[in-house]
Design a protein around this ligand. Structure first.
Ligand code: ZN
Length: 178
């Protein structure tokens, strides 16, 4: 699982081309290893590539056909929220799921990093918060129970501080499930 990187001052186009070239350069290793590479959705800080689903899809579609079955996407809830995809309401989550369907597709969504966020929608801020205690908040009730999202494996990446750690966040996640 990786953040695909920054394009610095070369622009998004060159950034996407560079990622495709980089992955193609480990083609033999990727095909023989049985490993699947997951591109993580990022918050879009600075020149980060991979905040827009369209950009991740262009990387996937830019790869040779035989490599495409060896790559997928990890959706980080804090990052997509920070990138401007609304997860705080039922409507926003539906729009986000539809955006996935229109781009890389649900079949490419292999994992979810579960984090609430400290920043507001579209802030491009990569600051994780405990589940339900951040700006996404009660949105997790809709998100976790969405039929497209419920079956996907999820990994907590929440902070460890005075409000608890993974054990407490797991309890918070379970409270949202129905
Ligand atoms: Zn993450």
């Amino acid at each position: 699982m990786l953040h695909v990187g920054k394009s610095k001052d070369t622009g998004t186009e060159a950034g996407i081309a560079s990622v495709i070239k980089g992955i193609a350069s480990v083609r033999d290793e990727l095909l023989s290893s049985g490993v699947m590479l997951l591109f993580e959705t990022v918050a879009g800080q600075g020149s980060e590539v991979g905040a827009k689903f369209e950009d991740l899809n262009r990387i996937i579609e830019g790869l040779p056909l035989d490599l495409r079955s060896h790559v997928g996407v990890c959706l980080d809830t804090c990052h997509v929220w920070s990138a401007g995809y609304d997860l705080s309401t039922k409507e926003g989550i539906e729009t986000t799921v539809n955006a996935i369907k229109r781009t890389f597709g649900l079949e490419k969504l292999k994992a979810i990093h579960l984090n609430d966020a400290k920043g507001v929608l579209g802030a491009h801020l990569d600051r994780h918060e405990h589940i339900g205690l951040g700006t996404i908040g009660k949105g997790f009730g809709h998100f976790l129970n969405h039929p497209a999202i419920a079956p996907i494996p999820k990994i907590l990446e929440t902070p460890d501080d005075e409000q608890g750690g993974f054990a407490e966040d797991l309890v918070r996640v379970k409270e949202f499930l129905h």
